[in-house]
Design a protein around this ligand. Structure first.
Ligand SMILES: [Zn+2]
Length: 471
């Protein structure tokens, strides 16, 4: 015995199949599709076959128009070619066969909420991890309590934004928890001659460095380096008096690479850290802590903006000193949005002074603001995937963003309208009360209707039309 439900399903498959083949359903694909959807029916195949035959015949007596109408009325879906639009995928990662497990990361400084400028790093890293069933990891880079000071609310704000973007991370570290680890590697480098404590005034170091000459501190013995290091830690050296530098090729064509600074002193009384307070006075600089952590977190692919190319060159010297293998890097171009404020300092300043109403001020391109504007996370993911990891700069406009967003919103959103700049008109000689029904969604009849009742008084009723139409 076939149930009514089963007959309905066969009818639906047959009708959709008919629409696909210009009005004539075919037995074989209908059977195939039915068994894919309801594999348990295989056991009753003998009983099902005549029913399919019967329904296919019945469907084929209908005209294409009637078939379409039934499908629309019953299930509210007309298969259209636009909907099967191919979804663009990211290009494969280079040398991916050399890694058992792809591990990517996103490493924000929690000194502001996230904005569209981070979208590329986040989405590409998370998407590649998903594509290869690898891991995506989160690292809070909060080791500059002086100039890029983090603030407690932003740690959670970042987590919220990532969740909204549908990112899942299987490891989270906060750099301000890891000072002892950085100290351990600083000591290892001072011992093995990969780094030195430089106490020269910055101007003196700069002159020597530009002349491709070593600073005198560079040649001191490891023991002397470790003594100096202790003086950095115990407060003998004050802020600005000493810095740990990683040794590089002094003749490197880019002066910014030569013997780059790895750790420095920040007065803990003047600049307490929002999480760990005055506990530490020596703080790692970006290239040191990021480089150490990428290795310790097992990152295999670093996906970041091309402004980081020099950082890779710097860090590779440190990796050599430590005998580590540098991860594969992918450097993409900048992404801007027209008229969207993407500068962290401007955002923070504007929110502080009240020039912006908050982090979700619609003039900002922060994720909270985009959320408030009705932009879906899928839209952002899709846009980033479509652009991919190429190195050219891209500029998005709000129009791009809205056009893409509409594709996702369209099937979900019921239709409502407003009358812009309305002008009232009076229609006369209306014979009787009328009801007008408009579908809540043109392709989803099952959602029902909006109903407008026109009740004329003395044969007259008022309507509003837009001023532009009126003109
Ligand atoms: Zn020096």
């Amino acid at each position: 015995m076939t149930t009514n439900e089963e007959r309905e399903l066969i009818k639906k498959i047959a009708l959709l199949n008919a629409l696909h083949y210009g009005g004539k359903a075919q037995f074989q694909p209908v059977l195939g599709k039915l068994l894919t959807e309801q594999p348990h029916l295989k056991a009753r195949i003998k009983e099902i076959i005549p029913i399919i035959n019967e329904i296919v015949k019945e469907v084929n007596t209908l005209s294409l128009e009637e078939q379409k109408r039934i499908v629309e009325e019953k299930w509210g879906e007309v298969p259209s070619k636009e909907r099967v639009e191919a979804v663009k995928k990211l290009p494969p990662l280079p040398n991916v066969d050399k890694y058992e497990h792809v591990v990517t990361r996103f490493a924000p400084n929690p000194d502001c909420v996230l904005h569209l400028g981070s979208a590329r790093a986040i989405v590409l890293s998370d998407e590649y991890a998903k594509m290869y069933k690898g891991s995506f990891r989160l690292r809070f880079e909060d080791t500059d309590p002086r100039l890029k000071r983090s603030a407690l609310p932003f740690y959670d704000a970042v987590r919220e934004d990532l969740k909204w973007l549908d990112c899942k991370w299987d490891m989270e570290i906060i750099q301000s928890d890891r000072l002892p680890i950085y100290y351990e590697y600083a000591e290892a480098l001072l011992k093995n001659g990969g780094a030195y404590v430089c106490t020269s005034p910055p101007e003196k170091f700069r002159k020597l460095m530009l002349a491709k000459k070593p600073c005198p501190c560079r040649q001191l013995s490891p023991n002397e380096q470790l003594t100096r290091w202790k003086k950095m830690l115990d407060g003998t050296y004050k802020e600005g008096a000493a810095v740990v530098r990683v040794k590089t090729d002094l003749k490197h064509p880019n002066p910014a690479v030569r013997d780059w600074p790895a750790l420095r002193i920040i007065d803990p009384k003047k600049y307490p850290h929002p999480r760990v307070g005055g506990k530490y006075r020596v703080w790692p600089l970006y290239n040191f802590s990021a480089g150490i952590d990428d290795h310790l977190m097992g990152i295999t692919y670093i996906i970041r903006g091309k402004e980081h190319l020099t950082n890779q060159t710097r860090q590779e010297y440190m990796y050599q000193h430590l005998g580590w293998k540098y991860p594969v890097t992918i450097h993409y171009g900048r992404m801007k949005i027209t008229d969207g404020v993407l500068s962290k300092s401007k955002i923070v300043e504007g929110v502080r002074t009240g020039a912006f109403t908050g982090w979700d001020d619609p003039r900002l391109a922060t994720f909270v603001a985009l959320r408030k504007r009705g932009i879906l996370p899928e839209t952002i993911r899709r846009l980033i995937i479509e652009v991919g990891p190429k190195t050219v700069d891209v500029t998005l406009s709000w129009d791009n963003l809205y056009a893409s967003n509409r594709k996702f919103i369209d099937p979900m959103a019921n239709r409502y309208f407003f009358v812009r700049d309305p002008r009232k008109i009076l229609v006369k000689r209306i014979q009787r009360a009328t009801t007008i029904k408009t579908r809540l969604h043109p392709e989803r009849p099952e959602r029902g209707f909006r109903i407008f009742k026109i009740k004329p008084k003395n044969g007259e009723a008022a309507f509003w039309i837009s001023n532009q139409d009126a003109n």
